[in-house]
Write a protein that binds this ligand. Structure first.
Ligand code: GDP
Length: 361
C-alpha cells in the first residue's frame, strides 16, 4: 500500500505526533495478529457514512480505509551530503509515496530549537533545500550520460529536455511539485525513473500552540507559505492526550480548544487525498466497508481491490449513491425508485458509490 513519510527537523514534535498516530493504529485494533512495523502507523480515514451504512444494513462491524504513515529519522542540515543519518534518511524518503513535513510553530522555551528560533518559514526552507540538493545530485549524475545518449538516439531527447527543465527549477531553489511536476502527472512521467524527492506530493503539519489552532490570520499566513500543498494545524501534545481518552471525553477536550475533530483525523483524510486515493463503499450484515482505489479507477479495477477474480470475471456493478441509499432506506427501495444503476466496464467510480459487483467465477 502507499505510504506517507513523516519528516521534520529535530524537536518539532514528530515523535509525539507519531506516538499519537500509533495509538490510533487500526491494524492493531482490527487485526490482532498482523505484523506491525515499529516505524509504521496505520490510521483509519474517518468516514461518518460507514456508521450510517452499518445502521441500515445492521452490519457487525465497520472497516474504514487506512493510510500508512512512516516515521523517518530526523532530517538535519547536510543530509543531502550523505553524512550520518543522511543516506538512510534519503533512502527512506525515496520509498515514501508522499511527504508530510512537520513544522514547529509552538513557542515553548523549554524545548530547544535546533536553529535557535521558532520560524516555520526558515524550517520549511531548510528541509526543502536538503531535498532540492539531493535531487540536483541525482540529476547531475545522470544528465551527462543522457545527453550523450540523445546524440545517438533521438527518442531520448524529450527526456533530456525534461531533466534539464527540472534542473533549472531546482537551481532556482524551487521544488518540482511547486511547479506542478508531481508524481502521476504527465510532466513528471519522463522523470519517473530518477525517483526525485521533490516530485512527491507534499503536505504540511504545523505543530502549533493551542491558541493558534483558532487563529485564522496566523493559519492563513502559514497556508500561503506552503500553497499549493495542504496545511494542517494541530497540537501534537493535545493529539497525544486525545489518543488516551474515550470518545466522549475526547470530544469535550476538543471543544474546549474550539475543534470539532482530532487533528489526526484531518491528517488521515488529507493524507489519503494527497496520495491520490479515494474510496467506494460496500455494505452488508457482516460489515460496512470503505475500499481504497486510485482516483479515476474504473469499476473492474475497483472490483479487483476486493478480489482479483472479481476483476477477471467482472460483468457489472450495481451502484447506488450514498445519499440515495440513505434517502430510500434500503437497496430494495432504491431499486424500486430507480436509484440503483447498472454500470459496465468503462464506468469511473465516484466518491460515495455504494457498490455490489456481479461477476463470473
Ligand atoms: P521530534 O524530535 O521532532 O521527534 O520531537 P519530539 O516529539 O520528541 O518533541 C520534542 C519536545 O517537544 C518534547 O519535549 C515534546 O514534549 C515537546 N513537544 C512536542 N509537541 C509539542 C507541542 O505541541 N507543544 C509543546 N509545548 N511541546 C511539544
Amino acid at each position: 500500500s502507499l505510504t506517507i513519510g513523516i519528516v521534520g527537523l529535530p524537536n518539532v514534535g514528530k515523535s509525539t505526533l507519531f506516538n499519537a498516530l500509533t495509538k490510533n493504529d487500526v491494524l492493531a485494533a482490527n487485526y490482532p495478529f498482523a505484523t506491525i512495523e515499529p516505524n509504521v502507523g496505520v490510521v483509519g480515514v474517518p468516514d461518518s457514512r460507514l456508521a450510517k451504512l452499518a445502521e441500515i444494513f445492521k452490519s457487525e462491524r465497520v472497516l474504514p480505509a487506512t493510510v500508512d504513515f512512516v516515521d523517518i529519522a530526523g532530517i538535519v542540515r547536510g543530509a543531502s551530503e550523505g553524512e550520518g543519518l543522511g543516506n538512510k534518511f534519503l533512502a527512506n524518503i525515496r520509498e515514501s509515496d508522499a511527504i508530510c513535513q512537520v513544522i514547529r510553530a509552538f513557542k515553548d522555551e523549554n524545548v530547544v530549537h535546533v536553529d535557535g528560533k521558532v520560524s516555520p518559514k526558515d524550517d520549511i526552507e531548510t528541509i526543502n533545500t536538503e531535498l532540492i540538493l539531493a535531487d540536483l545530485q541525482t540529476i547531475e549524475k545522470v544528465l551527462p550520460r543522457l545527453q550523450k545518449e540523445s546524440r545517438i538516439r533521438k527518442d531520448v531527447a524529450p527526456k533530456v529536455k525534461a531533466v534539464e527543465e527540472a534542473k533549472e527549477i531546482l537551481e532556482k531553489g524551487d521544488t518540482l511539485f511547486g511547479h506542478g511536476i508531481v508524481q502521476g502527472s504527465e510532466r513528471a512521467e519522463l522523470l519517473h525513473d530518477l525517483h526525485l524527492l521533490t516530485t512527491k506530493p507534499f503536505l504540511y503539519v504545523f505543530n502549533v500552540d493551542e491558541d493558534e489552532l483558532v487563529d485564522e490570520d496566523f493559519k492563513n499566513e502559514q497556508r500561503a507559505l506552503v500553497a499549493p500543498a495542504e496545511a494542517i494545524f494541530l497540537n501534537a501534545k493535545l493529539e497525544a492526550d486525545l489518543a488516551e481518552l474515550d470518545e466522549e471525553e475526547a470530544l469535550e477536550l476538543l471543544e474546549s480548544v474550539g475543534q470539532h475533530e482530532p487533528g489526526l483525523a484531518t491528517l488521515a483524510r488529507v493524507g489519503f487525498d494527497t496520495l491520490g486515493l479515494q474510496t467506494y463503499l460496500t455494505a452488508g450484515p457482516k460489515e460496512s466497508r470503505a475500499w481504497t482505489i486510485k482516483k479515476g479507477a474504473t469499476a473492474p479495477e475497483a472490483a479487483g481491490v476486493i478480489h482479483t477474480d472479481f476483476q477477471k470475471g467482472f460483468i457489472k456493478a450495481e451502484v447506488i449513491s450514498f445519499p440515495d441509499l440513505v434517502e430510500t432506506g434500503s437497496v430494495t427501495e432504491a431499486r424500486a425508485k430507480g436509484k440503483a444503476r447498472m454500470e459496465g466496464k468503462e464506468y469511473v467510480m465516484q466518491d460515495g458509490d455504494v457498490v455490489e459487483f456481479r461477476f463470473n467465477v
